[in-house]
Design a protein around this ligand. Structure first.
Ligand code: FAD
Length: 354
């Protein structure tokens, strides 16, 4: 006999940085809430990131509410392991009610509450916050011939360290920060080629994630005011963290246009030029992990769920936090999730009182 669903006021799906930021404000407001997280260990996506990854911003600007990330030993930009340690300590410090590993399979409409089906207990919640990130949905574009390639292909999510690529020619695809940092790493041990759709833009050495956050905020405000502010761009620009600067100084940070075809032994360009390679690393981004929300049928054009702030436009009992700018300025970052979570929880508390 199946058990009756458990009851809770607010159910947060996902215990990464976004889920923790929501948890901080929900706890402070003494809300009845729970966080369900699919992974067995704390830290969201961060434990899966490569060893040499550097954050875009110093620790004080990479922090969740209430408690700043400690400066990493030796100073500088924190790494992935520093971030895991911080998030692990954070959820303990605030005694956040996280249950893991629990995978939410589906969120459905009930008469008064949302029904949340998991691989363990089912739940009924007055409000659901979805904070499932993008890490579980890597995106690889299709190129002709991809199935014939006899070398190795991997995505950002599978990259850990450069050693396995020693002595092999590695093509790195993508014009963002992941590509630049992985290129910087791999090029310390072997030959690399960098293929990008557009010429990548490296930010000046003294501009980091703080400036990107300001840009995101200005762009968000402009959009809310109905302005299309063309002067506000650059969010895809590459932050010159120390390993990237080092790669630039070594002269390896040069990009080629995107190839048009993959062959069994390499890649070819539209002008007929060819390159033999052994490995292709796709640093081509992610899609939001929204599969559990499919039964609500809220997706709009482009596959995203239209939101007003964090609230789903078609289901006021659902909020989306993290993912990207469409749920709040820079809300996929630590500092952005923190600010967006605050506004979101204020709105949720008002909803609960109605
Ligand atoms: P995640 O960390 O992915 O957490 C989502 C959680 O949801 C996971 O724990 C997962 O188990 C859970 N989950 C997913 N689906 C389900 C389900 N169905 N049921 C239950 N649980 C589920 N960010 C910064 O803030 N600062 C930086 O300087 C920075 N630098 C970066 C540098 C690089 C090179 C890269 C690649 C990323 C960087 N980021 C940075 C971005 C950051 O890593 C991610 O955006 C961040 O991990 C997103 O947090 P999140 O909580 O939204 O999602």
């Amino acid at each position: 006999m199946s058990r009756a669903p458990r009851q809770v006021d607010v159910l947060v799906v996902g215990g990464g940085q976004a889920g923790l930021a929501a948890g901080f404000y929900l706890r402070r407001a003494k809300t009845d809430f729970v966080i369900l997280d699919a992974y067995a260990r704390p830290g969201g996506a961060w434990p899966g990131m490569w060893d040499s990854l550097r954050l875009f911003s110093p620790a004080p600007f990479s922090s969740l509410p209430g408690w700043m990330m400690p400066q990493p030993p030796g100073g500088g930009y924190p790494g992935a392991a520093d971030t895991v340690a911080y998030l692990t300590a954070y959820e303990q410090r605030y005694e956040l009610p996280i249950i893991r590993p629990v995978t939410v399979k589906a969120v459905r409409t009930g008469t008064r509450r949302l029904l949340v089906e998991t691989d363990q207990d089912d739940w009924e919640a007055r409000v659901v916050v979805s904070a499932t990130g993008t890490w579980s949905r890597p995106y690889v574009p299709h190129y002709p011939g991809v199935g014939d390639f006899r070398g190795e292909q991997l995505h950002t999510v599978n990259y850990q360290r450069p050693d396995p690529f020693r002595g092999r020619h590695v093509v790195i695809v993508g014009g963002g920060n992941s590509a630049a940092q992985i290129l910087a790493d791999v090029s310390t041990v072997t030959r690399t080629t960098w293929a990008t759709l557009r010429p990548p833009r490296l930010l000046p050495d003294d501009v980091d994630g703080r400036a990107l956050f300001d840009l995101a905020t200005r762009r968000h405000r402009a959009a809310l005011a109905g302005r299309n502010d063309d002067g506000i761009s650059g969010l895809g620009d590459i932050v010159a963290v120390p390993p990237v600067r080092d790669a630039r100084d070594r002269g390896v940070l040069k990009s080629e246009p995107m190839f048009s075809r993959i062959t069994p032994t390499g890649v070819t360009w539209a002008d007929g030029s060819e390159l033999a390679c052994d490995v292709i690393i796709w640093c081509t981004g992610f899609r939001p992990a929204l599969g559990h929300l499919a039964p609500l049928r809220l997706r709009g054009p482009g596959g995203l769920i239209p939101t007003e702030g964090t609230r789903a436009a078609g289901e006021p009992r659902l909020h989306l936090l993290g993912y990207g700018d469409w749920t709040g300025p820079a809300s996929a970052t630590l500092i952005g999730a923190a600010r967006t979570a605050r506004t979101m929880v204020t709105e949720i508390l008002a909803q609960l009182q109605r």
